[in-house]
Write a protein that binds this ligand. Structure first.
Ligand code: R5P
Length: 295
């Protein structure tokens, strides 16, 4: 117990220094609770307000796709260079060491495969397991306009509700069904719906025309998927444009792990997203750093 003999009255109340009322560095998060903000501050670097996530959750519907045949050999060695790891709980537990120390965006929706209707998903992780895994965020696909749109919305809503209870943010991933147009109008629609459902961040695709409108009309941060593998220079140019047009980061998979030099690609993306480098500067960095993976 503290000594009761010397209880001094406070006198330095900083009358001329009002308490900090700057609420938070991320768009749409000013009024969130402490735990949600703390986790968002692990997902996005407070110094830049941006993130470079590494997505390697593809196996949940694609199986052992190129570059992810052995996550322990291809992803684990480069994982520490990403701000966030987006993956399934199975990959995390079996192939990523906890000492990696990176925040995890846990893939929480699943339920279909490349052989079936992709939009038919469910929430496939219990909130208790997300907590056990120290998830910094939970992710679910939202299939606007697809056959199982309603169910995918219910999945996002469930994650938002359970995650909010425990301070874990939800990332909605705007998935594109086979029949859907991949244009700004569609992604603005899907991203905005996801944010209005309560998603704390949205993963969507970059589009050549009108991406700024997608980002501006979404009240929470947007990160872009990489999509199909592009030449490294083009992928870096896409990242640069996305950031310039309002994205708060990237959540790339194939353009990193299918690159001839994944570690160099991750560093080049960091230079674009956090360092403000041009695509050409970052590509120069990639060329200098690349050490092609062993065959
Ligand atoms: C969406 O289906 C998953 O999150 C993917 O694994 C991820 O979006 C794909 O990333 P990328 O398009 O950059 O390979």
């Amino acid at each position: 117990m503290a000594d009761l003999d010397d209880i001094r009255e406070g006198r330095e109340f900083g009358r001329d220094r009002p308490a900090d009322t700057i609420r938070f560095f991320l768009k749409g998060a000013a009024h969130l609770d402490w735990g949600l903000k703390a986790r968002l501050a692990r997902i996005f670097r407070p110094a830049t307000g941006r993130t470079v996530m590494l997505a390697f959750d593809h196996g949940y519907f694609q199986g052992p796709t190129r570059g992810l045949e052995r996550i322990d050999l291809t992803i684990a060695p480069i994982a520490a260079a990403a701000d966030v790891l987006m993956c399934t709980r199975g990959a995390l537990r079996s192939m990523i060491a906890p000492e990696t120390g990176r925040p995890v965006m846990l893939r929480c929706s699943a339920g279909s495969s490349v052989l079936t209707e992709l939009s038919n998903e469910l929430v496939a992780v219990d909130i208790e397991d997300a907590i056990r895994l120290d998830a910094a965020g939970m992710a679910a696909q939202v299939y606007i306009g697809a056959e199982f749109e309603h169910r995918s919305i219910a999945n996002v809503v469930k994650l938002v509700d359970t995650g909010t209870r425990y301070g874990i943010p939800t990332m909605a991933v705007t998935a594109v069904g086979k029949e859907m147009a991949r244009d700004a109008r569609y992604f603005a629609l899907a991203s905005r719906i996801a944010a209005e459902l309560g998603a704390h961040l949205v993963k969507t695709y970059f589009v050549e025309e009108g991406f700024e409108k997608v980002a501006l009309s979404c009240p929470v941060p947007i990160v872009i998927a990489g999509g199909k593998k592009l030449p490294e220079r083009a992928a870096l140019a896409m990242a640069r444009r996305a950031i310039d047009e309002g994205a708060a980061g990237v959540d790339m998979g194939r353009n990193v792990f299918q690159s001839e030099a994944p570690a160099a690609m991750l560093q080049a993306l960091n230079a674009v997203v956090h360092g403000g480098e041009t695509a050409e500067q970052a590509y120069g960095m990639f060329m200098d750093l690349r050490e092609p993976r062993a065959a």
